[in-house]
Each structure stands twice: as C-alpha cells, then as structure tokens.
Ligand binder design. Structure first.
Ligand code: SF4
Ligand code: FES
Length: 252
C-alpha cells in the first residue's frame, strides 16, 4: 500500500521521492503553481504553490513544489487564507513587470494571466514599477521582451539541461535580478538558439516569442480560453496509473 498525506482533508497517495505538489497533481488535486514544470527540478521561486502545514499545535508554510511528501502531513491549500496570499503574489508579479495583456500576443496562452483569472485577481493591488528593459530583437526569428519576465528560470533550465546551450541566465540580486543572454555582446543573435529548442517552448509568459507568428490563434481557441489553468494543469499532469498527461506548460 502506498503512503499518503492529507491535503485539505483528503488522503493523497504518493510514491517515495514525490513532492507534495507532484503527488497532488498525480491524484487529480490542483495546487496553483507557476515556476514548477514536470520535466525540470523544482525551482521554488514563485511561491504561488505555498501551502500551510499543521504539525501538532504548530503551523508553518512551505512551497509544495519542493516539499517532500511524507506520511501524516496535514496540508491546507485551497483555503481563503492561502488563496489570498496567492492573489497578492500574482499582483506583485504584475506590478513588477509590464504585463499589459491587451497588447501582448501571449494573452490567452499566458500562465500568469490565466492564474490571475483563476484566483479572481480583480485589482492591481500595488503601484506598478513600469520597468524599461530594452527588448532584444537582434535574432532574425526570435524576440525577447524582458519586461514580462517573472524570473521562473524555466528557459535557463531548458536551455542548459535539454538544449545543452545555456543561452539564458539570471543575473543580479533582489530587485535588480534579471534575465540575461549568455553572449559576449549580450544579444540573442550571437547565440546558437534555434526555434526547435526546448527553451523556446517553456516560457509561461510573453518573453520568448517567435517572430512573424503573433496573434495567430483566434480568440476562443487559445490555451486558456475554454479551460482554466487549474483544469488544464490536471489534464496535463503525469498520471502513473493511467499513463495520461503531458507537459503542463509546453504548448505543442
Ligand atoms: S524568460 Fe520566461 S521562462 Fe525565462 S525566466 Fe523569464 S518568465 Fe521564465
Ligand atoms: S511552483 Fe512552487 S515555488 Fe513556484
């Protein structure tokens, strides 16, 4: 018999080595997340997957994407308190970048937008920073708009671990942390990135874009037009028992 823990009062079975988020998704229970991708080691940066853990009389919070599943854990996730914290995190991400959805070609296919919608984020919440990071249009086929980066590091992981090119990196600390291109010139045109690279598929927002194909999908047919991100994530989650599921973020 497999081990289990409790998530919002429900028994969630897990296999050794799974995190709480992986076990929950495998069991058909959604925990909101942004920087987690089933094909990569958890990064733990967005904190949207934060849950509350009861242990005796004490309580603590932790990112469920890096929290190892253990027997007897009592976890609270889908509560007003946890979802309010997630709304605040989403508002902070919107405030830090230039996420003007009406003019963004990723609209309808964007995980940040879809998560905000799913969580019921109705207001800005914070004064916007309006960053002014120059776009990199140097590459003939690929455009980078750094003003939408949520620093999830998925492109960094994909480019190094899958493509073996390490085209991207994060640089700086705190509010100065930002995405950079690994070339002496800092320009994408001076890397060997290619349209077929994994790094081209994983960006959950509208930073890494293919030129000349924007706004190709009609409204109503985009990834999150008909299925909310919660349902989409469960559709996509790897399920050991059924063999169903595929990559949660890629848009093949
Ligand atoms: S460019 Fe996209 S994938 Fe890369 S760190 Fe920024 S948001 Fe994440
Ligand atoms: S999904 Fe867990 S910290 Fe981002």
């Amino acid at each position: 018999m497999s081990e289990s823990f409790q998530l919002d009062g429900e028994d969630i079975p897990y296999t050794p080595g799974q995190t709480v988020l992986q076990a929950a998704l495998s069991a058909g229970r959604y925990i909101p997340h942004l920087c987690y991708h089933p094909e990569f080691k958890p990064h733990g940066s967005c904190k949207v997957c934060t849950v509350k853990i009861a242990s005796g009389k004490s309580q603590r919070t932790a990112a469920s994407c890096t929290l190892p599943a253990q027997p007897g854990l009592e976890i609270e996730s889908d509560s007003d308190e946890m979802n309010e914290l997630r709304r605040t995190l989403v508002q902070m991400l919107f405030a830090e970048g230039n996420h003007f959805c009406p003019s963004c070609e990723k609209s309808g296919n964007c995980a940040l937008q879809a998560l905000g919608s799913d969580l019921g984020v109705m207001t800005a919440g914070f004064r916007h920073f309006y960053p002014d990071r120059p776009v990199d249009a140097s590459h003939p086929d690929i455009l980078l708009d750094f003003n939408r980066c949520i620093l999830c590091e998925l492109c960094v992981r994909a480019s190094c671990e899958v493509d073996e090119k390490c085209v991207f990196a994060l640089s700086g600390r705190g509010i100065t942390k930002h995405l950079v291109v690994n070339a002496a010139s800092g320009q994408l045109a001076d890397t060997d990135i290619a349209l077929i690279d994994k790094a081209m598929q994983v960006c959950p927002v509208g930073v890494i874009l293919t030129k000349r194909v924007g706004f190709a999908e009609p409204i109503g047919e985009r990834r999150y037009d008909q299925r909310p991100i919660s349902a989409q994530a469960l559709d996509d989650a790897p399920r050991a028992a059924t063999g169903k599921g595929r990559c949660t973020s890629c848009e093949e």
